[in-house]
Structures are given as C-alpha cells and as structure tokens.
Design a binder for this molecule. Structure first.
Ligand code: IVH
Length: 704
C-alpha cells in the first residue's frame, strides 16, 4: 500500500474516532443523540474494521477500546466492583452462525457438542443499564454504567421505581442452583426502562407545555433517572428488568447457569422479563429471534434485539472477554424500520400553551407493526433543514421505533413543480400572528384566551388526573362543550347541569358531524358527581390545574408547601417565590404575570363563588403546624446514602422544621448529614469543623 494511502487511512481512523466520541457524548451524557443507533453502528463498525485491517494504528484510547462515555459530573461517582461491559452485535443470522463457530473453536467443541450447546435468549430491553447493590437484603446503592468502570450514583432516584425491591426476601429455600436465601451481599445488573405507554403520555405532556420531547423511551428513561430531584424521577413512571446476579455469601455461591440466575433473581423478588428461554443449538436461537420479531411491537417496552448468552456460567470464564465485550454473549439487533411514502400535507397542532407543532400528513404506510399516517416534523428549523415540501416522497422511520419521524426527502423523486414550504406566520386555528420567544424552538400562538384550541386543551388539562382529576371529562367531551358554546373557561364546567349536558350533540363516530343526543342519564350523573368531588382537591392539584407556564405538578407542590391559599399565592412577590429552593426568575415572572392578569382574577373569583376550595385543607394545616419550627435559620447539607430515608424525605423534614437544605458545604453550614459512602462533602465538613450527623442522630434531631 502506498504512503499516501496509509496516510489517508490514518486520517480516516482519527476522524472516525472523533465522530464516535462525539456521538457517544451526545447519547450517554447529554441524552440528545444527533444520529440514529443504526447510523452510529455504521460509523463504529467502519472504525473497528479499519483498526483491524491496520493494526499499526492501534490505540488504547480509541473509543473501540472503551465502553460508553465518561460519566457526567453532576452525581457522585461510584466505582463498579465488576466493570459493566457492553455487547458485541450480530446484525444478521449469518453473524449468529459465525459467533457459534467462534464459540465452537474457543471451547474446542465437536460439531455434535456445538449443536447441543445451550443458550439463554432474552429480550434486549432498550433502556439504560444499572448496577444495584444489596447488603443483607437491603438496597443500598444503585449506579449507572457510566464508562463501564465508574458510573453515577443514582440511588435516590432508583428508589422511586416501584418495580425495584427495596428489601429482599427469599420466596423459597432452594432453587435449581441449590440453596436459596437472601445473600449477605448481592450485586444485580439490569435495565431501567420507560414503558412505552408512559413515554407516550410524557411526550404528550411535554408537548402541551411547549417543551422539547424525548426522541425515544431510552432517552426519556435516561433523562428521568438522572434528574437532580428524585421527585421528578418519581413522576416519570420508570420500570426495571434484571438479568445478572453476583452473590457474595457464607453459604451460597453464584448460580451455576444463567437460566438459574434468572430464577434466583425472580425468587428474591426482582422483575425479570418473561420471554427468556433456553435454546439448544444456534438454530433454535434464530427461531427465537424471528418469533420475537413478530411479536415485539405489542410489548409495553421497547426491544431492539435479543441478547443471547451461553447458559453455563463456567464457560463464561473459559471464554473471557475483550476489553469491550464478553465472548460468551452477543446482541442480535433488529434492523431499524423505515418506509417511503408520500407527504400529503403539513398541518399544525396547537397545544395548551399555544405551542404550534408541525405534523406530516402521510399516505398510510405500514411501519414497525402499525399503520403510520402522521409523523413528527419537530419544528420550523427541522422543516428548513430537511427542505421538506408537500408532495415529496419522504423516508419515515420510527425514532426508537415509537414516534414516526420524517428522516429525509427522496430528492430524486421530487416533482418539478414542487415549491419550498412556507412556514405559516399565523395560527392555523385562530389566525393570530405567531411568535417565538428568546431561544425557544417552537412558535407559539400568543392569543392565549381567544384561540379555541388553546382553550380546549387548557380545560382538558384542568380536568386531567394530576390536576383536578375529573373523570369522564376528557378531550372528547371538552371539545364538544367548547364547540357548542356551553363552556368558555374552567369555571363554566362547574355551571353545567343535567339539562345542559342532556342537550349536547355528540359527534357521529364515522362522519365526525355533531349529531345526536346521548342516550341514558347515568353518564350525566357521573360527570356531575366527578365535578362536585373535584371541588375539594388538594391545593397543589389546583395550582397545577391552573396551567401556569413552567409550573408542572412538582412546581405546584412547592408552591402549595410555601403558600397555603390562593390569596397568599396571588399576592406573593418575586422575592417570595425566589426564596423557594428550586424556583428561578423565569418561574417567578410566569407566576406573577399569571396572577396579575384580569382574566385570572375573574376566574379565581368565579371559582370561589362556585365553591372550589383553593387552599390547603384544615387537616393538612393542622399536620403542618403540629411540627415545631425548631430548626429556623439552620442550614443542612445531605451527603451519601441513608438506609431508611431518601433525600427528598429528609429535605422535607428539614424544611418543615424551618431549616434549609443546601447542596454544598461552606462555613455557613450548620450540619452535614452523612449517609453511607459519603465522600468529598464529608471531608470538607470535617476540615471546617462542622457538626456531622449520622442517620440515627439526624432522625433523633427530627424527632422521628
Ligand atoms: S447483558 C456482559 N442482557 O444492552 C453482559 N444486556 O449492548 C452485558 N441490555 O449494556 C449485558 N437488555 O444495557 C444484557 N437482557 C439483557 C439486556 C442487556 C438490554 C443492554 C445493556 C448492555 C447493552 C449491551
């Protein structure tokens, strides 16, 4: 090979290494991938191929020699006892055959023995890997993968996942691997994921609030698990499957094979994925992969492949691992599903806050298990970037196989008379001029109270489960009520009566035309009862229901903690709001603007006269007042992991007693509460001579 060519290869390798590093950073640290997994795999494999063909350019720093990306610095770091490896990929059945051949050679098996080799096939859950530590059956620490060696401590956030057992108990005394008990020390590995249903609901809520949505459940799970405030994680409805157990115990040993490992985990109370199966010989593995491919789109979790592992764990040691992945396992990956179709139109959805989102209207096309008729175009910038035009043939792909998106335009199929798409300058519903504030990506319709769609979505939000929880009053009924002039704002909901509801003309399901009255009166009774019951919802629900910009349900809780009635909240100054931990100037401004509006003032007066409770209830106040403000003026810093209290609960106790919880230790800190594996904050406290409390002492101080 000529000098020149070799130089080119080296440059290409360097360039690919940089690209891979960049995309890993986007994916693992920022939760914001710029390219699809499949495109990433192409770059990664090209780099691997070149490095293999040109071993003279080997570098231990190449991303092919490392797993994942550097951990983000926002959480405490945890060094994994056993590194978390990644998996090699099989992109085709042929790759599976090749892998089986390698196993045969590596283990020196005869053809017959290779045919009888046992594998465990399990779904490759598209979430993020985590390592969980249990001491004497208690969950004490959980960490993300990070770079495989060092991950992030996300213990508190993991505790909010209901599927994660906090305390183990053995549901039998033996299992197929021998003695069964709660091990002295147990490390469990698995995958945290966001169920597809929660993901869809989350993105709908984000769209309503005019916020950026997540591209797929994996990103949503990762973003949610790495929230600084565990309360936010708790709202995100994450779940978990586990697949690895490392046992350290006086009487028990590691399970002898992988299938028994899954059984052990199940009997200790962990969630394991139910499709896992033992396959004998690689042909059965392939059949499993095909079978799952035909079903996987109906599961409530995303699977992008099948993980195939040798069943017998002693063979794992015999085969070992490369720096990147074990030789005894492989990930069979399904190809991403894409389809070509005609872009018939570009329409616009208007959300509760006026955010206007472009939607591609497509000629129906089959894709990843469903018929796709609409796809996201994200925003005006995306339309410009793709130069997508009505009448184009476009390539659609399900990003993470959930929400279809327009990937690219087939320029060779573009019609001669096509014209660039003109992004509208006015609201498609009410005609008001659109606006874009600061660095916002979405255009908004500023006609907050005059735009009928915004009114409908605002009322629907008011009735939603996390808000006033008015069962039976959802999108369909709200649209009818507004369209037929019975409801103009949320106060009108409480002015509804049987007579008005009875006269409502319901839409014909087929024609979409408003037609007949609904039969029977049971539904009317139910709606009126639900409305009546909603008058006494907790104050935080009411604040959330108002739909103030930037105030979601956790913001509403913070406000309800600080202000106990609508009168107090209405008159709160910017300073009052800024004094709440976690509330910044944008929130203060938004709250104040909301309450200064004459329309809000009228709405609140109306709701008051209609009997809606807009305050913290007497019983809640009594409970709050019963706590003496013993810690007024005292500042606490919490660090490390406590056994029985999570951070949010501890912070609440401090605040209820008049104290403050802060994130960093300084001379002004009065107490540092140090749980297990406390690190630099504890050291700093000792250096500054600040009183350090352990968990028991903290609880004593709180009187609990
Ligand atoms: S086993 C050394 N099993 O896929 C064994 N991983 O590409 C490594 N994953 O980092 C993991 N489902 O986050 C294993 N059933 C499963 C899995 C699984 C999803 C993820 C895991 C891993 C990545 C490897």
């Amino acid at each position: 090979m000529s000098q020149q060519l070799n130089l080119d290869v080296r440059e290409t390798i360097e360039k690919l290494r940089k690209e891979v590093e960049h995309h890993r950073f986007q994916y693992y640290v920022l939760d914001s991938p710029e390219i699809s997994d499949a495109d990433f795999d192409v770059i990664f494999h090209e780099l691997e191929r070149l490095e293999k063909e040109h071993p003279q350019y080997f570098s231990p720093d190449s991303p092919t020699q490392k797993v994942g990306s550097a951990p983000s610095t926002e959480f405490l770091q945890v060094r994994h006892r056993v590194p978390l490896l990644s998996l090699a990929n099989a992109m085709s059945e042929e790759d599976l055959d090749k892998w089986a051949e390698r196993l045969g050679r590596g283990l020196e098996l005869s053809e017959e023995q290779l045919k009888d080799l046992k594998y465990v096939c399990e779904l490759k859950i598209d979430g993020l890997s985590i390592a969980l530590t249990y001491k004497d059956g208690k969950f004490v620490e959980g960490a993300t993968r990070g770079n495989g060696e060092v991950g992030e401590d996300v213990t508190h956030n993991l505790k909010t996942i209901s599927a994660l057992p906090k305390e183990l108990s053995a549901q039998a005394t033996t299992y197929s691997g021998g003695l069964l008990k709660v091990p002295d020390l147990l490390e469990v590995r698995g995958e945290v994921y966001m169920p597809v249903s929660s993901f869809t609901a989350l993105n709908e809520a984000l769209t309503d609030e005019g916020e950026a949505t997540f591209a797929n459940p994996r990103n949503a799970a990762s973003g949610s698990l790495r929230q600084k405030d565990p309360r936010k994680t708790a709202k995100r409805k994450l779940s978990l499957f586990v697949y690895t157990a490392f046992v350290t115990d006086k009487e028990m040993v590691d399970p002898p094979n992988h299938y028994s490992e899954l059984e052990l985990l199940k009997l200790l109370g962990f969630p394991t994925e139910s499709h896992s199966k033992v396959a004998v010989g690689i042909e059965e593995v392939k059949a499993f992969c095909r079978d799952i491919d035909s079903k996987r789109h109906s599961f409530d979790y995303q699977t992008d492949g099948v993980v195939v592992k040798l069943d017998q764990r002693s063979l794992w040691n015999a085969l070992g691992a490369t720096s990147h992945s074990p030789r005894w396992a492989i990930a069979f990956k399904y190809p991403p599903e894409e389809a070509e179709t005609l872009l018939e139109d570009i329409q616009f959805d208007v959300g509760r806050t006026g955010a206007v989102t472009p939607v591609a209207i497509l000629s129906p096309v089959k894709l990843a298990g469903t018929t796709v008729k609409r796809a996201s175009l994200h925003n005006a910038d995306q339309i410009r970037r793709l130069d997508v035009r009505v009448g184009d043939t476009v390539l659609v792909r399900k990003a993470g196989e959930i929400i279809p998106e327009v990937l690219s335009v087939k320029l060779d199929k573009r019609k001669d008379d096509s014209v660039p798409f003109q992004y509208p300058t006015t609201c498609p519903v009410c005609g008001h001029a659109l606006a874009r504030e600061g660095d916002e990506v979405a255009f908004r319709c500023p006609n907050t109270y005059g735009c009928p769609t915004q009114t409908k979505r605002r009322i629907e939000h008011f009735t939603s489960r996390d808000a006033m929880d008015i069962e039976g009053v959802g999108e369909v009924l709200v649209d009818l009520l507004v369209d037929q002039g019975l409801v103009r704002d949320v106060a009108d909901l409480y002015r509804l009566d049987a007579e008005k509801l009875k006269g409502l003309k319901w839409k014909d399901k087929k024609s979409g035309e408003a037609g007949k009255e609904k039969q029977g009166s049971k539904w009317i009774e139910n709606v009126l009862a639900a409305l009546e019951a909603s008058k006494n919802r907790p104050f935080s629900n009411f604040i959330h229901a108002l739909g103030i910009r930037h105030i979601g349900s956790s913001g509403a809780e913070l406000l309800a903690d600080r202000f106990s009635s609508i009168d107090q909240l209405e008159t709160a100054t910017d300073e009052d709001i800024l004094s709440i931990d976690g509330m910044g100037p944008a929130i203060a401004q938004s709250v104040n603007e909301f309450f200064q509006s004459d329309l809000t003032k009228k709405l609140i007066a109306d709701l008051r006269s209609l009997g809606v409770q807009m305050k913290v209830s007497d019983s809640e106040i009594q409970a709050r007042n019963a706590i003496e403000k013993t810690l007024t003026g005292k500042t606490f810093v919490l660090t490390g992991t406590m056994e029985t209290l999570d951070r949010a609960a501890a912070e609440k106790m401090i605040k209820e007693r008049g104290g403050k919880a802060s994130g960093s230790v300084s001379k002004k800190t009065d107490f540092v509460v140090a749980g297990a594996s406390a690190g630099s904050k504890l050291a700093k406290a000792q250096e500054l001579g600040i009183t350090v409390l352990d968990e028991a002492q903290f609880k004593e101080l709180m009187g609990v």
